[in-house]
Design a protein around this ligand. Structure first.
Ligand code: ATP
Ligand code: MG
Length: 238
């Protein structure tokens, strides 16, 4: 599919900062490009998806194939009803998790065949891949400490154990290394602002927005030096 919009995904384990960083990137891209920005997530980006999300994360225990099929069903509906229409009208779509999460969690974590999980997901979305995927890489122990302050009860994946989360992290890194043209891998153990600054540089470069970024920087310099801006230390009305 070649639609006029841009499709971006955020990936990584639980609590690495995906929601925080995708929101900040969305605000910045909306301002920078003037385009509509759609922030969404998997599983559960649609109302059917919310039901599937509840079933897969908080429902009864299920075998790995059932789990993989439920994620794929959520993804198929998400792409067909929300992502594709938005890309077709020229929006920037930022999704918090996409099919790489399925491959990393179901194949890395649950030990299903990675190629099979990927094929299932690609079939579900008719081959749609993001232009850029940002992997926020973090030691699961650090991520868990961040999330420790939350009071909601842990879901089925969050309860899956340290070894599961370590394998999932390795699966994300291996996937990113295999397709460097699509992936941006960042160390998520840094201040929010520093990570966001790096994401902006890398995403703009991948989307070919670099001239616009340079222009924006020039403009902000011009404004700062323009008349009417009191310099630091200049007393008002003095
Ligand atoms: N760089 C950072 N340094 C320290 N704390 C952070 C950083 N980024 C996010 N946090 C905090 O860590 C927690 C998890 O962040 P966030 O919800 O963005 O992660 P997430 O990857 O979306 O998590 P989940 O997988 O649970 O949805 C939040 O309390 C957030 O404020
Ligand atoms: Mg989140």
């Amino acid at each position: 599919m070649s639609a006029p919009g841009y499709f971006i995904s955020f990936e990584g384990g639980d609590g690495v900062g995906k929601s925080t960083q995708s929101r900040l990137l969305g605000d910045w891209l909306a301002e920078l490009t003037g385009r509509e920005v759609v922030l969404t997530r998997e599983p559960g980006g649609t109302s059917l998806g919310a039901e599937l999300r509840a079933a897969v994360l908080h429902g009864e225990d299920m075998d790995s194939r059932t789990e993989a099929l439920l994620y794929a069903a959520d993804r198929a509906h998400h792409v067909a009803s929300l992502v594709k229409p938005a890309l077709e009208r020229g929006a920037i779509v930022i999704t918090d998790r996409y099919l790489d999460s399925s491959v990393a969690y179901q194949a890395g974590g649950r030990a299903l065949d990675a190629k099979a999980v990927e094929r299932l997901s690609l079939w579900a979305v008719d081959g749609l891949l993001p232009r850029v995927t940002v992997l926020l890489d973090l030691d699961p122990v650090v991520a868990e400490a961040r999330r420790g302050t939350r009071d909601d009860s842990p879901d089925r994946l969050e309860r899956a154990g340290d070894e599961f989360h370590r394998r999932t992290r390795e699966a994300f890194l291996a996937r990113a290394a295999a397709d460097p043209a699509r992936w941006v891998v960042l160390d998520a153990d840094a201040p929010v602002e520093d990570i966001q600054a790096q994401i902006r540089v890398d995403v703009a470069a991948r989307l070919g927005l670099t001239p616009v970024v340079d222009e924006a920087v020039d403009l902000s310099l011009a404004t700062r030096e323009g008349p009417g801006e009191p310099r630091p230390g200049e007393a008002e009305g003095a």
